[in-house]
Design a binder for this molecule. Structure first.
Ligand code: HEC
Ligand code: HEC
Length: 310
């Protein structure tokens, strides 16, 4: 509750609010005006409109004033029971965070079993279960499309999850680990180590040649030497990558950041750092399990239909 940077604002609000209520109370009393004798007539205030429409000094009707007293009383009672007066938490101890958590817990209790009943099922088997996949798809659309796209084909920097080409491994348990723990691929910038733009270009030409792309042969030769020196550690001697580090396979012509020479040069020169956030705490294991089965199914539909097929 106490989010104030200093106690001045706490008192600023208390004095303003309590002062406001007292001022309104006083205004009400004042508007009631002095009691008029029953036989006394209302006097004109001297304000006249449209030639003969006069304002008289009649007091406000009693019921009207009483309504104001009711709202003042309600306001004071509210401020005693609920948070509102500076950092005073209110006597009921209510907070919106508490209420939110209670409501979330109630929903979880209701729908939790819907997800948990799948937790014991092996992922490969679950990836054939139509009903489970439908639930998985709904979860994916809610939590994952922002980065991976509604068709799960990703975009520059966000991997395609349909192509059975994996940065961190495509075994069901590896996919689940990607979702639960998150992933952070770190490709350091190599521009300086490669001696600037020319060295970067040569290495990029070599990288392109690894997937059979047309490349300048002289540059490829020079780039290969540099590759063997620096890049093997993560991308491997043949450029096949390393799922333990999230280092992509450079020989399959599947690109995380883009296929053009310019983009490959940029990856090498400036480095890259793709981050997949961890979802274990946020979603819980049961939902992550369903999501892993759904993601696995996206690139294993052939097996799914082969089993049930003719
Ligand atoms: C420390 C390990 C490491 C080293 C050394 C390394 N890389 Fe990488 N590289 C990675 C990782 C991890 C990624 C994926 C980055 C991401 O996920 O954002 C990557 C990504 C790339 C990409 C982008 C691939 C794509 O699909 O878009 C290229 C190109 C690349 N590296 C080339 C190289 C070259 C050339 C060298 C040597 C000069 C090199 N890397 C050295 C770890 C490394
Ligand atoms: C904030 C953006 C973001 C969100 C949200 C996100 N992802 Fe990712 N995800 C990424 C990035 C970026 C990577 C690649 C990390 C890297 O470069 O190594 C990734 C990687 C992955 C991988 C590993 C892919 C591989 O090739 O090994 C899987 C599986 C995955 N995400 C599934 C999901 C699922 C399921 C969800 C929804 C619960 C999700 N992601 C939500 C950004 C996101």
């Amino acid at each position: 509750m106490a989010d104030f940077t200093n106690s001045f604002w706490n008192w600023f609000i208390i004095v303003g609010t309590v002062g406001g209520i007292i001022a309104m109370f006083w205004l009400n009393r004042w508007m009631t005006g002095p009691k008029r004798r029953a036989d006394e007539k209302a006097k004109p205030t001297g304000h006249v409109w449209d030639e003969n429409l006069q304002e008289l000094n009649n007091p406000l009707p009693r019921w009207w004033l009483n309504m104001f007293y009711v709202t003042l009383f309600f306001g004071a009672g509210y401020l005693v029971l609920y948070p509102g007066l500076g950092s005073f938490a209110g006597m009921l101890g209510w907070s919106q965070v508490d209420q939110y958590n209670r409501e979330v817990a109630a929903v979880d209790k209701q729908v939790g079993p819907m997800y948990e009943r799948y937790l014991g099922e092996p992922l490969v088997q679950l990836a054939q279960n139509r009903e489970a996949l439908k639930t998985g798809e709904r979860l994916f659309i809610t939590y994952c499309t922002g980065c991976h796209g509604s068709d799960a084909r990703g975009g520059p920097g966000y991997p395609n999850l349909r192509d059975n080409d994996w940065l961190w491994g495509g075994e069901p348990e590896q996919i689940k680990a990607s979702i639960m723990q998150g992933r952070n691929g770190v490709m350091p910038p190599w521009g300086a180590a490669l001696g600037g733009a020319e060295g970067v270009r040569q290495t990029a030409e070599y990288v392109l040649s690894l997937s059979g792309r047309r490349a300048d042969p002289a540059a490829v030769e020079a780039g290969k030497a540099k590759y063997q020196q620096i890049c093997v550690a993560c991308h491997g001697p043949e450029g096949k990558g390393n799922v333990a580090l999230g280092a992509p396979n450079l020989t399959d012509n599947v690109w995380l950041y883009g296929a053009s020479l310019k983009v490959v040069e940029e990856s090498i020169d400036k480095g890259r750092s793709g981050r997949m956030p961890a979802h274990a705490e946020f979603l819980g294991e049961a939902k992550a399990h369903l999501l892993a089965a759904y993601v696995y199914s996206l690139s294993h539909q052939a097996t799914a239909s082969a089993k049930g097929g003719p």
